[in-house]
Write a protein that binds this ligand. Structure first.
Ligand code: ADP
Length: 232
């Protein structure tokens, strides 16, 4: 079953730059997909259009039954509920503990305290940080902070976990740890994972599907790929 069906999508920014050209791609439920390409190839644009941070200029994106491009602004929350998003810079709230960072969104939507506790502890367990619930972000390493951000992203069991350069600020060892955590979430919960990266070592080791963007075009789609670099 498909989770995402992208048909003939173009993204043109107001300054006239065409960031995505005629993109068509399908992503199945439970897939783990890397999106790679050089700087300016369109990775961020691709990721942002999935969570409706930007709208395509033409074409169609169907995600979990929602027509993303056509969705009214007042209905975007329906899409966001299906997604977890992880950024390069963690974006944790510094004055909240690990537990509170992960529980925050559930508190906002009025989830019952007992259910919040179950979900938060389960998410922290999945990222291997159950012992750090009372700690503040600045007492954690970069890799641990990113794991908290991942726990926050998966706490409400999203269908899709979107990661935009999640290892961009981390050393190779911590980067590998993060990707292993993502792989284990993908395997144990069936959550679909899409990760934009230019970390060659990670892509080469993981042997997952690889979409290669170049100048806004999808130029390769490998089922079980290595890092693909047209320049060498
Ligand atoms: P990547 O994430 O692979 O570095 P981007 O998606 O950020 O690539 O950028 C793709 C192209 O779109 C680049 O030419 C970039 O300069 C341009 N671009 C990105 N964001 C904007 C924006 N907000 N306005 C205008 N052009 C943009």
């Amino acid at each position: 079953m498909e989770l995402i069906n992208i048909k003939d999508v173009n993204v043109r920014y107001r300054n006239g730059v065409n960031a995505i050209h005629n993109l068509s791609v399908k992503i199945k439920k439970g897939d783990f997909v890397f999106v790679i390409g050089g700087s300016g190839s369109g990775k961020s644009t691709f990721i942002k259009m999935l969570y409706r941070e930007i709208k395509p200029s033409s074409g169609e994106i169907i995600l979990g039954g929602l027509n993303v491009a056509k969705l009214r602004n007042s209905k975007v929350y329906k899409l966001r509920r299906k997604l977890g998003i992880v950024f390069q810079d963690y974006r944790l709230l510094p004055k909240l503990t690990v537990y509170e960072n992960v529980s925050f969104a559930l508190e906002c939507i009025g989830t019952e305290r007992k259910e919040i506790r179950q979900k938060v502890l389960k998410a922290l367990e999945l990222v291997g940080l159950k012992s750090k619930t009372r700690v503040y972000p600045d007492q954690l390493s970069g890799g641990e902070q990113q794991r908290v951000a991942i726990a926050r992203a998966i706490v409400n069991s999203p269908k899709l976990l979107i990661c935009d350069e999640p290892t961009g600020n981390l050393d190779p060892e911590m980067s590998m740890e993060i990707v292993k955590v993502l792989e284990s979430i993908n395997k144990t919960t069936g959550t679909t994972v899409i990760m934009a990266t230019h970390d060659k070592e990670i892509v080469n080791k993981m042997n997952k599907r690889v979409l290669v963007l170049k100048d806004g075009y999808l130029v390769k789609d490998f089922e079980k790929g290595k890092y693909y670099d047209e320049d060498n």
